[in-house]
Design a protein. Structure first.
Length: 128
């Protein structure tokens, strides 16, 4: 894959993740501040929501399909791999919030940037 093509795909990947991200930050805040959910659980709930939304956005708008696998067959492979990455994400979040003392929304924003490329590489392998 050419570098320019791959850079364009990375940009599309990040853009496709924007709607889920824009829902996740206020969703995390609402769960913690208004619903009284623990920070750890609230973040985990929002990660599951993001994974689901991002799968469909990536499938439809980012990666060209090489095969005709049905979405309901492909989604479990995508979700399981992404959830492993998100488990790492969640672990870093917990460490930053509970042990380092970083404000939970700042930790969430930090993790977006830290894990973006790793999620892109994995998604590219599954969805192309």
């Amino acid at each position: 894959m050419k570098i320019n093509h791959r850079a364009r795909k990375l940009f599309q990947f990040l853009a496709a993740g924007l709607p889920a991200f824009l829902l996740a930050v206020p969703g995390n805040y609402a769960l913690v501040e208004w619903a009284g959910v623990s920070k750890s659980l609230a973040y985990a709930i929002m990660l599951v929501c993001q994974v689901t939304m991002n799968y469909f956005m990536c499938r439809w708008f980012v990666f060209e399909k090489k095969n005709a696998r049905a979405w309901y067959i492909e989604l479990p492979a995508f979700a399981s791999g992404i959830l492993v990455i998100r488990l790492l994400d969640w672990t870093v979040y917990i460490a930053l919030v509970h042990y380092v003392g970083i404000y939970y929304i700042v930790a969430q924003l930090f993790n977006v940037f830290v894990f973006a490329v790793l999620k892109f590489i994995f998604s590219e392998k599954i969805l192309t």
